[in-house]
Design a protein around this ligand. Structure first.
Ligand SMILES: C[S@@+](CC[C@H](N)C(=O)[O-])C[C@H]1O[C@@H](n2cnc3c(N)ncnc32)[C@H](O)[C@@H]1O
Length: 166
């Protein structure tokens, strides 16, 4: 996120993470790169999503959310129909939702739910579109760890369909 904020000083970024060490590392990057366009929400993402105004966010990245692989924990997954509904509300028309995961089960679930969502359109046309990370999207620390461990990440991009004029 720090790299993206540095490349786009004209855009405001909100970073959301509960893991304290991750926040501390980001604060170090903000200071080192002298960034003035980053706000941090160091808490659960769900109240943040609930508080954001409709039509206010042009791009959302949810990168390697915890997969909760055990069946009894699935309800803890962040990507779920209710979250997608809320994301669609806060996104601007033609805004982008970008998701990444290295968990095949969670990938199927993300794809099924997001492609069925009436407000979202998957941009992929060929396998390279989800196997390769777009160049404007730097690798996260978790992605690097996953690759070292031999896991293959997938990168999904969805565009928010324009709302119908009333
Ligand atoms: C697998 S890690 C990925 C971290 C980072 N996005 C990356 O790609 O390097 C998943 C992260 O999601 C964070 N997380 C899990 N549930 C969360 C929630 N409800 N709100 C905010 N962050 C959450 C965890 O603290 C953890 O650091």
């Amino acid at each position: 996120m720090a790299a993206q904020a540095e490349t786009h000083p004209e855009i405001g970024f909100i970073g959301c993470e509960v893991f304290e060490n991750g926040i501390v590392k980001l604060l170090g990057e903000i200071s080192r790169r002298q960034l003035a366009n980053v706000r941090i929400y160091a808490d659960d993402a769900r109240p943040l999503l609930a508080a954001l105004a409709p039509h206010s966010i042009s791009r959302i990245f949810i990168l390697f959310p915890d997969p909760w692989p055990k069946a009894r924990h699935r309800k803890r997954r962040l990507i779920a129909p209710a979250t997608l509904d809320r994301l669609a509300e806060i996104m601007t028309d033609r805004g982008e939702l970008r998701l990444a995961t290295d968990d095949p089960g969670y990938l199927s679930c993300m794809l099924e739910q997001a492609t069925m969502h009436p407000a979202l359109a998957w941009t992929a046309r060929r396998p390279a579109d989800w196997r390769a990370r777009p160049t404007d999207w730097p690798a996260t620390r978790y992605e690097e760890k996953a690759r070292k461990a031999g896991r293959i990440p997938a990168f999904l991009r969805f565009v928010r369909r324009p709302r119908l004029a009333v």
